[in-house]
Design a protein around this ligand. Structure first.
Ligand SMILES: Nc1ncnc2c1ncn2[C@@H]1O[C@H](COP(=O)(O)OP(=O)(O)OP(=O)(O)O)[C@@H](O)[C@H]1O
Length: 642
């Protein structure tokens, strides 16, 4: 996609540019002027910018700019591209007497865009020594919404037709094959004589019609092998539009008034088309190309297959401020329009077949060669990656599950310890009394050594009543060997190896064995409480850590799930690609088969034709021999007559 090039050109002020309207228009209040620099135009009122009347463009030209400069900046590249096979259109748009015809046609000492382009086309074609060119020109005008051929005197009104091969075209338009710029200038002169001009209050020689000068540039490579017999055909339109006009200003009446209405209407439709095209895709809707002959003919140049340049001409005088603003708004919208230009090639049947064969060959290479291998490798790698991720995901899920279980156990233990603590705190027995209390035994640990944080273990069952036990039995409800294993991260530890503490037999309840009431209290209750609290805190900390790890693992698991699903997608896409390639391959093979059978048919036809031909030749020879014999006979019999 390529944006339309738009530039604004202010003509120099003219002495005659006084307001010809009977009553002054609101715009001619005084003190307003246009400030122009290279890329901006702004309306000033007593040197202060007028809000909403400032515009930016790629190029803005003031009254000193020459046609040559405008051509160089805006049109030259278009012409070169047209010679290379791209459609091109350049047109001048603006109010009446703003300098459109001056820009397109030029004056005696300053040739305009059309003559400059014509010369450039021939020069560029001459430089392309490897190609042969055939150039045709036509010249038409749209006058009062009717098409006249400017190269044919008294031309009939020409209709617009549309076909698949030619697109929109003017039927019956004279096209002259030309070999030089001079030849074209002669034709242009003829066209100018036939063109409708008229005098208005605004312009002594005002164009009363839109004119379209068209060059069709065909070229083919001199060496046919280079381009596969392709012929490039491009259409170059150079358009001088009639100017929009205010009837009050032009003072038009009668014929001029009628012309003015047609001019304004078709320019309004052109504006509508540009407006629609400048809107973004969804809002755009129907483009009213068919509403006027001008937009229908220029359709490819407006959002279609062409490179387009628009020169918006403007009058600098204050009395034209409103019209100039209108022109600048049109230009602003036009620069948002994008075209999609491409080289126009026509292929002969042989070239088409050749290209198709090349394409088939390329496809086959792609399928058979490294491409499919690479694809297979990609699929294999993706499959491996997926398996790896699945394994990783499973491992993480197991770890997560273990962590959860550990957290639960810890939670449970914490609750129980809390309960024990609460029990101690709530008891009414004084610490001194504890020495005699059997209850105390329940809180005793057989080992005075403090258990490491996060470390809880017990045997599920003891085989014998051991005198030395590493773990108190009453912890059997809160921990087990599995948990031990988890805490040690799978490292199997021999519980018997744990440090043994001589000591105490654990008693689960006061009622069970009162003999133990006399067991000496090894640890004062305060210390014990503190230790338990410490244990509690450490467990709490462990629980928090475990929760954090749990969350991290869950996150990791989610990420892996996502990666897995994206890998699944990629794999599915690769499979689809592979399927598509296989389908393409089959299609190509089918086409190849078809080509082969066509070739066979052709060969067969040629064989039959040769047979028929030699048969016919034989018949003709024998007929000739017979005729000759008859003639000879006749001659002899004539001679034999007396
Ligand atoms: N850049 C310029 N330099 C010098 N003279 C100019 C320039 N532009 C326009 N003029 C002069 O201004 C007058 C009007 O210009 P022109 O006929 O080209 O206007 P127009 O836009 O084609 O008008 P219309 O729409 O009525 O045909 C002419 O006399 C022309 O020579």
């Amino acid at each position: 996609m390529e944006k339309i090039s738009v530039a604004v050109r202010f003509r120099p002020p003219t002495a005659a540019a006084t307001d010809p309207s009977p009553s002054p228009s609101p715009s001619s209040g005084g003190d307003r002027e246009w400030r122009v620099d290279d890329t901006r135009v702004a309306l000033l009122h007593r040197n202060a910018p007028v809000p909403g009347a400032s515009f930016a463009f790629d190029h803005v030209f003031d009254g000193t700019a020459t046609n040559d400069r405008i051509y160089g900046v805006l049109v030259r590249s278009l012409i070169r591209a047209a010679v290379d096979g791209f459609n091109g259109t350049a047109f001048a748009y603006g109010q009446t007497s703003s300098g459109k015809t001056f820009t397109m046609n030029g004056s005696g000492d300053q040739p305009g865009i059309i003559p400059l382009a014509v010369r450039d086309v021939f020069d560029t074609a001459r430089e392309a020594t490897d190609r042969e060119f055939l150039i045709r020109v036509s010249y038409m005008e749209i006058y009062n919404e009717e098409i006249n051929d400017l190269l044919t005197l008294g031309s009939e009104k020409l209709p617009i037709h549309e076909s698949l091969e030619r697109g929109v075209y003017v039927a019956g338009l004279r096209e002259e094959i030309v070999n030089s710029a001079e030849q074209v200038f002669e034709l242009l002169e003829l066209g100018e004589e036939n063109r409708h001009f008229g005098e208005t209050n605004m312009n002594v020689r005002s164009s009363r019609s839109h004119t379209i000068f068209r060059m069709v540039i065909e070229s083919s490579a001199k060496n046919q092998m280079d381009s596969g017999d392709a012929i490039r055909v491009s259409v170059l339109n150079l358009v001088d539009l009639a100017g929009s006009e205010r009837i009050a200003k032009t003072g038009a009446g009668g014929v001029r008034l009628n012309e003015g209405k047609h001019i304004n209407k078709s320019l309004m439709i052109l504006g509508n088309v540009i407006n629609k095209l400048s809107e973004s895709g969804k809002q755009r809707g129907h483009i009213p190309y068919r509403d006027s002959k001008l937009t229908r003919i220029l359709q490819p140049a407006l959002g279609g297959n062409a490179k387009t340049s628009i020169i918006c001409t403007a009058a600098p005088e204050e009395i034209h401020v409103e019209e100039t603003k209108g022109t600048l708004q049109f230009a602003s919208r036009a620069k948002c329009v994008s075209n999609c230009a491409q080289v126009n090639e026509i292929l002969t049947d042989a070239a088409l077949l050749k290209r198709q064969k090349q394409e088939i060959e390329e496809l086959r290479k792609k399928l058979q060669g490294s491409h499919s291998e690479a694809l297979e490798q990609v699929i294999l790698k993706q499959r491996n990656d997926m398996h790896k991720f699945e394994r990783e995901r499973d491992r993480l899920a197991t770890e997560l599950e273990e962590e959860r279980r550990l957290t639960e156990t810890l939670q449970q233990r914490l609750t129980e310890q809390q309960k024990m603590l609460d029990g101690i705190n709530n008891t009414s027995i004084s610490p001194d009394q504890f020495t005699d209390s059997i209850q105390l035994d329940a809180l005793k640990t057989p080992n005075s050594k403090e258990r490491p944080a996060g470390f809880v273990a017990s045997r599920s069952t003891y085989s014998k009543d051991v005198e030395f036990s590493p773990i108190p039995e009453n912890l059997g409800t809160v921990a087990d060997e599995d948990l031990w294993m988890q805490l040690n991260k799978g490292c199997i530890t021999d519980l018997d190896m744990l440090e043994m503490t001589p000591g105490l037999k654990c008693v689960s309840s006061l009622a069970e064995d009162k003999t133990l009431a006399t067991t000496p209290v090894e640890e004062p209750i305060d210390t014990r409480c503190q230790r338990l609290e410490k244990d509690c805190n450490s467990d709490r900390q462990q629980l928090e850590d475990s929760k954090v790890r749990c969350a991290a693992l869950e996150n990791e698991c989610d990420t892996l799930k996502k990666e897995n699903s994206s890998l699944q997608d990629a794999l599915a896409k690769s499979r689809k690609d592979a399927d598509r390639l296989v389908a393409e391959k089959e299609e190509v093979l089918k086409e190849l088969e078809l080509e082969k059978s066509r070739m066979e048919e052709l060969k067969q036809e040629i064989r039959l034709f040769s047979q028929a031909f030699s048969q016919r030749q034989g018949q003709l020879t024998s007929l000739y021999t017979k005729s000759k014999a008859i003639v000879d006979n006749c001659k002899t019999s004539q001679l034999a007559l007396p």
